[in-house]
Write a protein that binds this ligand. Sequence first.
Ligand SMILES: C[C@@](O)(CCOP(=O)(O)O)CC(=O)O
Ligand code: SF4
Length: 397
Amino acid sequence: MYLTKEEEKTLRGDDGETLQKAMGILVALGDIYGADALIPIKSAQVSGVSYKTIGDAGLEWISDLKGTVKVPSVLNPAGMDLQNWERINIDVHFAKKQLEIIQAFKNLGIDSKCTCTPYYLDGFEVGYRDHLAWGESSAISYANSVLGARTNREGGPSALSAALVGKTADYGFHKPENRIPNFEITVGFELSGSDFGALGFIAGKMIGNKIPIFHLTKAPASDEMKMLGAAMAASGAVALYHIAGVTPEARDKNIVFDRPSERIAIEKSQIDTVYASADNSSAGRPDIVTVGCPHCSKEELEQIAKLLTGKTVVKEFWIFTSREVANKNKNLVSEIEKSGAKVVCDTCMVVSPAGDKYSCMMVNSGKAYAYVPGMCGMKSVFGTVERCVKEALGENI
Ligand SMILES: C[C@@](O)(CCOP(=O)(O)O)CC(=O)O
Ligand code: SF4
């Protein structure tokens, strides 16, 4: 891979050991994937933040780094709400370690907003064709598909290296020729809300890491596309999708997609089987309900607040969102919390040990439905947000 004189110097160690390590990781990836050069990035999102997933080894690796990130950089969710960890059963040992990890990242100049929805944050606006180095699979899918930006599936170390250098290797989804749909999915009936999470769960399992183009009966809302992409990235390894007539590249007059030869149609009965998990007695009654995977938008908080107004939950009900979205919508947070539900920031049901003491979690997210059993060692059942709220209120018959 071609390097400029400056980049050669950094690789040689002239700018210190941390930047030498970071440049080494970028050059190794570039050589493996055939990049011809490094390209500047607009922002980075660094995964590998929760003490539950990176442990002491991760804490040590990050603490040894010296330097300052060159682009706006934000963290993926941590293992707890960084301000109110006690109210979600986090023990003091975990909390201490988690705060040490956050401090180690802050020492590098990284923003500790801890979210998988950086695109909602001030200072992380994303435009069409922006080059990014993001690490969380749902964020990558949203940036690539809904915003038409360009990021590969960065691991924690490669996203952090890109943040420190301010560049990434030019391969994969950074190149237009690698963004062409190779699988057609038609859905001939109307979808709404968490149906998109169910669709993503089914499609991801069927297509693995292909690049699907969807033909739908109507244009989804951005939250619905968020759920679709998150689920496909969890049950499969889809990092980019298109929706005919809707997503930026599918609407770009200068881009012509040939019709993929691999084609499937999804039937309503397939969507219904994902919902049926909630009726399956072997899963047992949920003892906790969570929404916000990916983190809730303002609109999703509004919907939940409306459903909860004047009511009281009888089960643990956690609503995950970024601290910035919560701080900007304090009225919605207090409306939700009047019911006894908890708005939890900086973390989520998957990367936190907070849910470990429960046995069955009800979720409205196809991603959480896919990940909770493996990452949290408990059962998951899937429902619409309305059904989840009813479960938390003890109103499901
Ligand atoms: C499950 C996930 O959303 C959260 C875990 O992320 P992390 O690698 O621990 O930051 C990771 C992902 O899907 O990219
Ligand atoms: S809430 Fe969901 S999408 Fe966000 S980090 Fe957790 S598992 Fe990933």
